[in-house]
Ligand binder design. Sequence first.
Ligand SMILES: [Zn+2]
Length: 264
Amino acid sequence: MPEGDTIFRAARTLDRALAGRTVTRFDSVFSKLARANDDVRMAGRTIERVDARGKHLLIWFSGDLVLRTHMRMHGSWHIYRPGERWQRPRADMRIVIGTAEYEAVAFSVPVAELTTARDLERDSAVRDLGPDILADGFDAADAVSRIQAMTEAEIAEALLDQQAVAGIGNIFKSESLFVARVDPFARVGTLSREDLSRVVDAARRLMRASALERPAAFSVYGRGGRPCRRCGTPISRRKQGENARVTYWCERCQPASPTRPTKR
Ligand SMILES: [Zn+2]
């Protein structure tokens, strides 16, 4: 699943290509969007901006309309010059927003709705998000408090809870815990506020770097069995939580907390 940094980068690319431009064409295979387009006539509206909130990508149009999309596992937005060959099959197309200069194409995006700013704020999918790890005004203290409240959860699971902190996915869950030297299986209630702050700070630093600069080589993610870059111990991997998301960690740099279940 794309993480906050990927969505953030996609939003910036779309914003640079589309902001200030006039919609010339709006097509969607989603009947709800196609019907909405019949009502509100997207063509002729100006694209005001594109931004991200957690893992939601928001395209703002003049006349108080917002297109919210969520990528889930396989969705993506591409930008093309008119007439340029698409890099994904036409059958995967879900939405096309055309302008004179560029067209934006959403492929395999499973969640899309056209809404207003006010309804967006009322939508629980957006309203209940925790502080956005990538936002300029990120409230780290609030994020730490929300995580701290999940005393029984394992810290790696708590980091994925979008209502605690929005934008962190499976990759940066493992990466930030490694940098902060925290056991992914430690229960939140056994960690100090400093521990949690260190994890949140690491997540923000790593994800901002990935979103704004260039993606760095991962320390632990996807490196099961290979030597830790810090101490040489083989990196461990194990499925964790209800959704069995794979966690990577270094047994030596992130020693087992007393609450870690012993059975693997
Ligand atoms: Zn290590």
